[in-house]
Design a protein around this ligand. Sequence first.
Ligand SMILES: C[S@@+](CC[C@H](N)C(=O)[O-])C[C@H]1O[C@@H](n2cnc3c(N)ncnc32)[C@H](O)[C@@H]1O
Length: 207
Amino acid sequence: MLVSPMAERNKELILEVLADYVDDTSSAFGLELGSGTGQHIVHFARGLPSVTWQPSEISPVSQQSIRAYIRATKVTNVQEPLTIDVSQPWSQWAGLAQGCCDFIVIINLLHMTESDLEGMFKGIGQLLKTGGICLVYGPFAMNGIILPECNVQLDETLQARNPEWGLRDVEELRQLANTNALWLERMVAMPEYTHCLIFRRRQLSER
Ligand SMILES: C[S@@+](CC[C@H](N)C(=O)[O-])C[C@H]1O[C@@H](n2cnc3c(N)ncnc32)[C@H](O)[C@@H]1O
């Protein structure tokens, strides 16, 4: 089982935001993209038992860790991890059906993937049901500005590792959302200069 200290610190705080959107009297389906170690998804599964959780990862090592967390915690509402590469078109995201998700959760992925965000947001818009929620957590730029200094340094370090990595701008994400039947409904400031962005899937007729 891999252990991410950061995941250990933020998992409960993210769960508290997510819980605002979960009706614990009806069943739901939640997909996580880039699940990493598996620490988040088993924590969400325990805290939100009405949701069937679907982890996914590109990395086989992370998939092994997710399986180990499922076994160790004995959660019964987490499915086996799927192989999903978010840089591929959503039609290749493990055969998930259009409109199958009530929730999509993306934690600390956007600034560490070279995927084209346009394709990813298209996938989110296609997979979410009308009214469904996508929670995106991480550090972000706001209108081209990165604050504070530690996030500027993080951005520089990421870009030195991979020129396509780096903090994403909330305004860019808002626009991508708008073109994919999603709107940025809420932004929650979190510790360590991070935010939760809550996108909701709107009806196609809504503007
Ligand atoms: C910084 S880690 C975050 C993991 C986890 N969500 C967390 O917060 O602990 C980024 C994760 O995204 C995965 N990843 C990177 N590129 C990906 C891609 N193209 N498709 C799916 N997952 C990807 C990596 O394998 C890694 O586990």
